[in-house]
Each structure stands twice: as C-alpha cells, then as structure tokens.
Design a protein around this ligand. Structure first.
Ligand code: NOJ
Length: 754
C-alpha cells in the first residue's frame, strides 16, 4: 500500500478526544434507549475528522479469522488500523483479545465489529430457516432470533449475516433451505420478524445484534438452480417478487445489507449500481452499510466484469459496497484510487460513516468486551433448548396421514426405526450451524427412547449409508443392510423410516440436478413399504424431494426439515401426539424436477385452463404440484366458512375487511394457518392467478370457534406495473379466497373503482 495522510497533530488529537467524550457520556443511556441520531452522526464525523485514509480503509475491511491464512498477524493489522471487522470468530476470549488490541493499541481506539453466520441459532441450533418459515408464525421466528442474538452477543458476536430472504422457485438451488420459500408476502413477514428478533426494538438494544439482510438481490433465481449462476430477472419480477422481502427488512430498520455474488442481468450484484444506489439508497432510503459477500469484490475479476483488482475495487466501491468481506481488495487498492483522485476523500468518508455509526449505535465504544464468565450460562440456558423443541414441533409439515396412522399409540409394544438419518446428530442441525455442537443434538432414536416406556422394544436399523457424492447408480451398497431393515420392520408393530438429505446436501454450493432420494434410499423405502406394516415416513431435508412414489404408496409422511438440537425429542412429540403438526409448505412441492420452476402465483395463459384443443402447459403430465403452496395437514380438522367482505365497492386507497369463521371440527386441539389470497382480474399488466395477502396461525381446542379478519388496502392491492413503470393500485374486480392452502375455494369478489 502507498503511504497516505499522516496522523493528525497532538492538538488535533486532543480536540478529538474531548469531542468524542461528550457523546460517550450521552451514550450511557444506550443501555435502555437508542442514542439520538444527531449524537451518533456527530461522533462518527468527529472520528472521521481524525482518521487517516488508511484508517478509513481499514474500517471498510473485514477479515476472516479462520480458513484463509494471512501473511500479517491480526494484531499487527489491528494496531495499524487496517481492519474494522472480523468474521468467523466465535471464541469470546479470542474476541476480547482482538478488541483489546483495537481499543487499547490502535491509534483511533475504534472497536471491531465481529460478524458471523448466526443463521438459525448460535450454540442452540434451531430448525433451519426454511423450516422456521413453514411455521407461518412470525412471533415464534422473532423469539428464535432473539435467543440467537442473545447467545451470539454473549460470545462477543455483534453482527449476524441474517436474514437470508432470497425468494427461491427452483428447489435444485441448495440455498432454498436458508430462506422462506417462493412467496414475497410470506417472506416479507418472516423477514420483519427476523430483523425484530435480531436487532430488538432499536439497533444497539442490549443482548441483540446488528442484522444483515442478504443476498441483494435475486440470488435465488440462479439459472437452472445452479449455485452462483447468473440470474436473469425482469424489473417487473424484481420489484413484485424478489425485492419485497428486502424492502421489508429496510423498513424494519435492518442496519446492514449483503450484496449477492451472482450476475443480475449481466451485472454482478456486488458491482450493481441499479441495486445498490438506485433501489437501495435512493428509492428505499437505506442509511446503513453494505458488505460484499465473501470475496465478492475480488471476484469481480473472475466474473469477467473487472480487468484487475483495482478496477474491481473501483466498481464495487462506486456501486455502493461499503465493506469488503474477506478479500483485502479494498485494503490493497482503495488508497491508490484515492491518491490518483479516481475516488475522492468525500466519497471515502461517505462509505466509512455508516460503518462507524453502526459501531456507535451498537454501543461497542462503551462495551467492546464480553463478560466471558457469563457466556457459557447464556449458551446453555435450558429455556433456549425448550424453545428449540417448540420450534421444531411448530415447523413440521404433515404431508400425508391417509389412514390416520399418526399419532402413534404410546402403548405399542415394538417400534422399528430405520434409515440413515434416524440415529445421527450433525445432519439434524442442517447447514450453517458452525457454533452449534453436534454432540448436543438429540437424535431421533434418542428422542423415541426418551418418549416411550422402557418396556417398548425399539429396534434400529440404518438400512443404507448416505453420502454426498455423485451416484448415477443406486446398485452400490449392500442389499444385506436393506434386508436387515426389512426384517426389523417385519417384527415390529409399526415402522418409522427416516430418509432425506445430509446437512451438506443443501445450503451453499449444494445445488442438485435431481431431487431424487439420494443413494439407495428409494430402494430402501420400497422394500420397507412392501412389508405392508404400518409405516411412517419422516423426511429430514432442506428442499422438496422427489417423493411421488411415496405420496402414492406410503400413507403417512411427516416432513421435519433439519429440526435442530432438539430434533429427536420434537419428532417423538409429533409422532406420539404430544404435539400436533401445524406447519405449512412455503413452496409448491414439485412431482419431480421436470416441473421446475413451479409456483402457485403464476399468470393465466391466453386460453382457458380447461381448453382441450389448445392445452395450457403440459399434455404429458400434470401441471399442478404434488402438494400446493400453503399445504399441511393436522391431527384434527378445521372448517373455514362464512367469508364476509365489508364492502363490495371501494375507491382506490380504501380498505376492504374480509372475515371468516374458523372452527376446530375434530377431536384434538390443533393449529390452523388461515390464508387469504387475491387475484386482480384485469389491469395494465397480467396479474398472478393468486397472491397471498394475509395469513394467521391460530390454535383452537376441539369444538373451538373464532372469527378472523384480514385487511385489504393499498399495500395489498398495489403492484409494480411494467406498463407504467410505477406502483399502481388500479380500478379492477378482485377475487378473494380464504382457506387452508393456495387452492382455497371459499370465494367472493369486490371492485376497486377509480
Ligand atoms: C458466503 C455466503 O454466501 C454468505 O451467505 C455468508 O454470510 C458469507 N459467506 C459469510 O460466511
């Protein structure tokens, strides 16, 4: 690096210390309320005033603490002000040490911001995000992220790279597991809950962290579901489908945004001015900071977008990426660009300011250290495990229960437990569980043992091995293992067969070309089903799998996703009726990968769907999914009736209230997720056949009845029209449906007039 501005004079430094002290004093109230905007800005400006160019660039530099060795020691870099943030460090003692060097031994005494992928828990691993969304329960999700934030901050991690809000309509894409599924309305609700949980009532709330919404934007639209591949998404789809969850995060006050890796319409997201300037800052008024995804700045060269690291720096920086995650490209190149006047100091200050402001708001200047004596107690709090168990119960989706095999009776005398995921710990955590400890995970076998009396014989057989490896021939492996599993099933009153995916089969860099049950699992399934004994198929997975055979031949299927640390106990609760599944799908479950992409909010075609002469969509197979968006069964039954609209005609900007009666008509207490969908029949653009615009998860005792109402106003009735290039609420007739999933049939209409 070239030499740049010298540290200021002694007098200037003294002025700086005094200037910084007064906001420090004001910030004492930080424990219970946010410092004023003016105090934060003043303090950041004072710091900036005294920082050298190198020190400013340091604040825009985030380094990996693990995995990517450095030639210079971290301490030395910190002392020189070359680093503002670390990621992938979770040991509180090591964090305190680095903070000490930053606060005591660097010239500006600026604390570090420690970031980590706190995706679905920290030490306490909760169900994966796709599962959490399947709860359709924002208050549960908020609670989960509150606990995750508390644990992370107790270890000194004050920044979570969460929520991941990428809409995913191609489940071959491995990262579908990290998001909320296919629908922007549900995703936005889940996003708001996550931001509230992570950040608390205001940024800097005690025991909370800075959230980071990612990956901006349209990463989930990767061509062919291949991870990191280009996305080609029209502005219409961006604004109506892919952006709304991000916008919801900004409105909820999220403090940081992560730019995505992939090309969006041929411009890499981490050098994309339309995304990072036009939409994020100008239209949405985002005032926090943007961090690149890991190495994404440097990778602008691999993308073929920038000719060398200096150009990559220029383009990412000019587009609006404040912080360079991992690649040290800013560290090596920003100084030259400023010295050569290709970028100005004013531009640099504008990029550094929000980073400093975040540190100020988080109270890091007052409390840079973590109380190590307290950390373990927070990470081991029994209430957190209890919440993890509740979350795993509430996220499971019952896909089939034809002969009411579930719930199983606790008085059965023997149970066969079969499958490669039945007696494992780490896979139940799912991807992105680096701070969780696999040894703490309750396996499904253990969960069943905990649940059933000692007199119940539980026989376990693995049936087949499972590995993440390319296998185009399931003839590998031993038939003897399958035969043993079959015998185990034959000699038991009932069988629980646990199939699905290992934790490394979904997540980042874990896209699949096939949704088939990997390895010999399908063979095992068919062999066990052929015994004719009562069979419950439990799926552990991060995406819909090809279970069309099972859906036709196995009467009972329960999807528990990657259920987390308390997975085994929660699965046992669900199987034996101590918990009643109430989760619902957040995506349309395809019959096979041949149907992808498939989503419920598609448009109409030019011919009626029933036309025999000109068949819309496929003639050689169904165009409907195996299970629709919003679908999930229950151990009880509900009746939804009496749809009433408050108005048949409204003017633009006015509201219609839709109300329905919901009754538990079965014999068990249970939850229903009541969902409201609309369709705009005509307008300046074609609108989806249905769009979710309201939902509520409720619990009712047997015979219990309640009335729910949903408001439909400007927010719900507007969309971004590609014809007018603007958000519009148009005069039109609207359909309304309310029911248990996206095929709901309870229907009425109303009209919006000019
Ligand atoms: C890459 C992933 O895309 C992103 O989601 C994650 O936050 C960073 N790595 C840091 O681990």
């Amino acid at each position: 690096m070239t030499s740049r501005r010298r540290p200021g004079s002694l007098l200037r430094n003294l002025t700086f210390v005094i200037a910084c002290l007064s906001p420090f004093v004001q910030a004492q109230s930080h424990e219970t309320s946010a410092p004023s905007e003016a105090a934060v800005q003043q303090r950041a400006n004072t710091l900036l005033h005294h920082m050298t160019t190198d020190e400013k660039i340091g604040q825009l530099t985030q380094l990996f603490y693990q995995y990517f060795p450095d030639t210079v020691s971290f301490e030395e870099r910190i002392r020189k002000g070359q680093v503002g943030s670390f990621l992938f460090i979770t040991d509180p003692v090591a964090i305190n040490h680095l903070q000490h060097v930053a606060v005591e031994e660097s010239r500006m005494h600026i604390p570090l911001l420690i970031g980590f992928d706190v995706i679905h828990g920290f030490r306490t691993t909760f169900p994966v995000p796709l599962a959490l969304a399947s709860s359709w329960d924002p208050s549960l999700i908020e609670h989960v992220q509150t606990v995750a934030a508390h644990e992370a901050s107790a270890a000194g991690v004050r920044w979570a790279f969460t929520p991941m809000v990428d809409i995913a309509r191609d489940p071959r894409w491995g990262r579908i597991v990290e998001g909320a599924g296919e629908d922007p309305y549900l995703d936005a609700a889940v996003t708001r809950a996550q931001v509230r949980g992570l950040q608390g009532p205001y940024l800097g709330s005690p025991e909370h962290v800075l959230a980071c919404v990612k990956h901006f934007a349209a990463y989930g639209a990767a061509d062919g579901g291949r991870d990191y591949d280009s996305s080609y998404v029209s502005e219409d789809l961006l604004r109506n489908v892919y952006f709304p969850p991000f916008h919801a995060a900004i409105d909820a006050g999220v403090g940081s945004v992560m730019s995505a890796y992939m090309d969006l319409n041929d411009v890499p997201a981490s050098g994309n001015t339309f995304l990072l300037q036009q939409v994020l800052r100008k239209e949405w008024g985002f005032s926090g900071f943007v961090v690149s995804d890991a190495f994404a700045v440097q990778d602008l060269t691999t993308h073929g977008f920038a000719s060398d690291p200096q150009e990559a720096t220029y383009r990412a920086f000019s587009a609006g990426v404040n912080m360079d995650m991992g690649s040290k490209t800013y560290l090596a190149n920003l100084g030259n660009l400023i010295e050569d006047k290709k970028l100005s100091t004013a531009q640099l200050d504008n990029m550094v300011r929000p980073v400093l402001e975040a540190k100020i708001r988080l109270g890091l200047f007052e409390h840079p250290y973590v109380d190590v004596a307290q950390t373990e107690a927070v990470l081991k709090a029994p209430e957190s495990r209890a919440l993890a168990r509740l979350a795993a119960q509430r996220t499971a989706v019952l896909l089939r229960n034809e002969s009411h095999t579930l719930p199983l009776s606790k008085s059965l005398s023997s149970l066969a437990l079969i499958g490669p995921l039945a007696n494992v710990q780490k896979p139940l955590q799912g991807p992105w569980s680096f701070a969780g400890e696999p040894k703490d995970v309750v396996t499904i076998l253990q969960g069943l043992r905990n649940k059933l009396p000692a007199s119940t014989r539980i026989e376990y057989a693995q049936g087949t091995d499972l590995k993440r490896e390319y296998q185009n021939d399931d003839n590998t492996g031993s038939d003897a293992e399958i035969e043993k599993a079959v015998q185990t099933a034959m000699h038991a009153d009932a069988t629980v067969l646990v199939l699905g995916e290992l934790d490394d089969m979904s997540g980042e860099a874990a896209s699949r070309s096939s949704l088939d049950l990997a390895g010999r699992q399908q063979r095992l399934l068919e062999a066990v089903a052929a015994t004719g004994k009562p069979l419950v198929l439990v799926l552990v997975n991060g995406r819909p799998l090809n279970i069309s055979w099972a859906a036709a031949h196995v009467s009972t299927i329960l999807d528990v996703w990657y259920p987390g640390i308390e997975g085994g106990n929660a699965v046992a609760d669900l199987l034996f009726g101590d918990a009643n599944p109430g989760g619902k799908l957040t995506f349309s479950w395809p019959r096979s990968e041949d149907q992808i992409p498939i989503y419920y909010a598609h448009n109409l075609t030019h011919v009626p769907e029933t036309s025999k002469d000109f068949v819309s969509r496929y003639w050689d197979g169904p165009s409907s999914p195996l299970y629709p968006f919003g679908y999930g069964l229950n151990y009880t039954s509900f009746a939804i009736s009496n749809l009433k609209l408050s108005h048949r005609q409204v003017g633009a900007g006015e509201r219609v209230e839709a109300s329905v009666d919901v009754e538990n008509t079965g014999s068990k207490a249970g939850d229903e997720v009541v969902q409201l969908y609309i369709h705009q029949r005509s307008g300046s653009a074609s609108r989806p056949v249905r769009q979710l615009k309201g939902f509520r998860r409720i619990t009712l005792a047997p015979g219990g009845k309640t009335t729910l109402s949903f408001a439909l106003g400007k927010d719900e009735l507007s969309y971004w029209s590609p014809s007018t290039q603007a958000w519009v609420e148009e005069p039109a007739e609207f359909d309304v449906w309310v029911g248990e999933d996206s095929t709901a049939s309870l229907h009425d209409t109303f009209t919006v007039h000019p």
